[in-house]
Ligand binder design. Structure first.
Ligand code: ADP
Ligand code: MG
Length: 259
């Protein structure tokens, strides 16, 4: 199972939107996909139509090893897409786990039990570089970083890269960057264009060619509890996520062949 953490310690950059729609696009190609909602806000769960009442066992219990993946997972309305939901309880996990041995490997060990049930697992990280994100980076073999096309896009990236280096050095040498996805690109705005060009200058090939446009359909879909790809599969946002999924598959295939 390929495990992709979707991380950026900034909030509101498109992590959850990317997690939901990339997961849906990958499932549409026939892959069996698991989405782990690892943000106490539970936006990925809500966006997939799994309300508070429907969240039985959650990523919090999974992290505490109070339940198995099998017990926590629920099927979504999207064929081949399963979800481990998140609840507010997850907020307390960082503190509760302080004294636990191997606290950085909790998610890794939990997911290990179910290596073959899914082709890919996406982990939607919270907006911080704390223990939850570190657990996701230890459990993952790939990292996808959404970057919002705004003036401070690259700010904070150094910190994120340092965290990745530390995780690689201490826990998970195989962690690789799958790519950086530019999000909320506004064609009518010269700043967006400038930021996208600057980011490509600095980061080069690691940036996906596909750019996710600012598209109101992407922000409307979660309130209907469905991925944009189901809400309106022909809107520019949905088309962009299909393109991103294609690029991800191509990169993953290349990496698998190189290995
Ligand atoms: P994060 O998970 O990084 O905090 P979200 O994916 O929740 O970010 O996005 C933050 C807000 O912006 C949400 O309200 C979401 O619906 C909206 N949003 C995300 N991507 C886009 C986009 N490409 N176009 C328009 N709105 C977007
Ligand atoms: Mg989010």
């Amino acid at each position: 199972m390929i495990r992709i953490a979707i991380a950026n310690q900034k909030g509101g950059v498109g992590k959850t939107t990317t997690a939901i729609n990339l997961a849906t696009a990958l499932a549409a190609t026939g892959w069996r996909v698991l989405l782990v909602d690892f943000d106490p806000q539970g936006n990925a769960s809500t966006g997939l139509g799994v309300g508070q009442a429907a969240r039985g066992r959650s990523s919090y219990e999974l992290l505490r090893h109070d339940c198995t993946v099998e017990e926590a997972v629920i099927a979504t309305q999207v064929p081949r897409l399963d979800l481990i939901p998140a609840t507010q309880d997850l907020t307390g996990a960082e503190i509760e786990l302080i004294d636990v041995e191997k606290r950085t490997h909790r998610l890794h060990h939990a997911l290990e039990q179910q290596e073959d049930r899914w082709d890919v697992c996406l982990i939607d990280c919270p907006p911080s570089l704390g223990l939850l994100t570190v657990n996701a980076l230890v459990a993952a073999n790939m990292l996808l970083v959404p970057l919002q096309c705004e003036f401070f896009a690259l700010e904070g990236l150094t910190q994120l890269l340092q965290t990745i280096e530390r995780v690689r050095a201490r826990f998970n040498p195989q962690l690789a960057i799958l790519g950086v996805a530019l999000t909320m690109y506004d064609r009518r705005n010269r700043l967006s264009e400038q930021v996208a060009a600057d980011v490509r200058d600095v980061l080069g090939d690691v940036v996906f060619e596909t750019v996710i446009p600012r598209n109101v359909r992407l922000s409307e879909a979660p309130s209907h509890g469905v991925p944009a790809l189901i809400y309106d599969h022909r809107c520019p946002g949905s088309e962009a996520y299909i393109g991103l999924a294609r690029e991800c598959i191509a990169r993953l295939t290349r990496k698998a062949q190189a290995a």
